[in-house]
Design a protein around this ligand. Structure first.
Ligand SMILES: Cc1cc2nc3c(=O)[nH]c(=O)nc-3n(C[C@H](O)[C@H](O)[C@H](O)COP(=O)(O)OP(=O)(O)OC[C@H]3O[C@@H](n4cnc5c(N)ncnc54)[C@H](O)[C@@H]3O)c2cc1C
Length: 283
């Protein structure tokens, strides 16, 4: 199938893009990497009156260190994020997750801002943003704000983005460089969305978990922090007993939906398996 007709705009400045968003309201859609939007158009699951192509916005793809942390521009392609030494050093869960995101061709075009804005609950990067306590920087008519990842993702394909707002960057707070990170997932085939995935990011010192963040994807309508399991680990040596307690706590943390890909019980089981493996590898 072909997409329904739409107007096409290619702004060359952020102000111009925001003016177009304001002009079209909910009838306008931003086009970034197009890896999710274009198939949706072709299948006529989306029929916006206008596409606002942000690929020519200058500097929106930059990855840079700033006083407030690592700033990854919304238009940074997955492949560039994957290859970035800055990301590896300052936002390791993202670097570890990237090889799981689709295939290389998709990562060559897909963007971190697009992945955040799409808010697919099975996607890897939103879970990483949660594990990193990252903030989503958005620009709107005459203003800019930052939304913590745990408030940004609100439901299936639903975010806190307001009318006329767009994602301009994600910001990873500093001070996590020496933390231990893992990203693991179980998918039917490599490159598929995860049945269940886990971004684990913790400050482990001499075997003691000073801080631990466990963010799952594929287990709810948003990425989910397993806060009870985290609490079992905080301040403890990662021995077998503590690890088993944390895995047990997932029962209360997660209430995954069942669907055609996996039942709720299977997703719960996979989450326990992943957490057990990750904690054993961190001990
Ligand atoms: C075959 C295939 C397999 C894939 N597998 C995976 C996978 O395993 N894991 C995974 O996470 N992803 C996967 N993807 C999706 C891929 O990661 C996309 O990059 C991502 O979903 C969207 O990024 P994009 O830049 O392509 O956004 P687009 O497709 O351009 O846009 C997606 C949505 O976000 C909006 N949007 C884009 N940028 C912004 C912005 N800056 N501000 C506000 N709104 C914005 C658009 O309007 C649109 O609604 C797969 C895609 C394909 C085609």
């Amino acid at each position: 199938m072909k997409p329904p007709p739409f107007a096409y705009h290619r702004p060359v400045s952020l102000d111009e893009a925001l003016a177009l968003l304001a002009r079209y309201g909910s009838d306008g859609r931003i086009l970034a990497g197009g890896q999710s939007l274009v198939p949706a158009l072709n299948m006529r699951l989306a029929a916006p009156a206008a596409l606002i192509d942000i690929n020519r916005l200058p500097g929106l793809d930059a990855i840079r260190l700033a006083p407030e942390g690592l700033v990854i521009g919304a238009l940074a392609r997955h492949a560039d994020v994957e290859a970035s030494p800055l990301v590896l050093h300052h936002a390791r869960p993202i670097a570890l997750a990237m090889p799981h995101v689709g295939h290389r061709a998709i990562r060559t075009r897909g963007t971190i801002g697009g992945s955040a804005a799409l808010a697919d609950p099975a996607a890897e990067l939103p879970a990483c943003l949660l594990a990193l306590d990252a903030r989503i920087r958005v620009a709107g008519p005459g203003s800019q704000r930052e939304i913590p990842a745990n408030r940004f993702f609100q439901g299936i394909y639903t975010t806190d983005l307001g009318h006329g707002e767009m994602v301009t960057a994600v910001v990873v707070p500093p001070g996590q460089d020496s933390w231990t990170s893992r990203f693991v997932e179980l998918a039917r085939r490599h490159g598929d969305y995860a049945l269940v995935g886990l971004a684990a990011h913790g400050h482990v010192e001499n075997g003691i978990a000073r801080e631990m963040r466990l963010a799952f994807c594929g287990v709810g309508t948003t990425p989910v922090r397993a806060t009870r399991a985290e609490a079992k680990l905080r301040g403890c040596a990662l021995g077998p007993g503590v690890r088993a307690e944390a895995v047990g706590a997932l029962e209360a943390d997660l209430d995954p939906p069942g669907d055609v890909h996996a039942s709720s019980a299977l997703r719960r089981h996979l989450a326990r398996v992943l957490l057990g493996r990750v904690l054993a590898s961190m001990a």
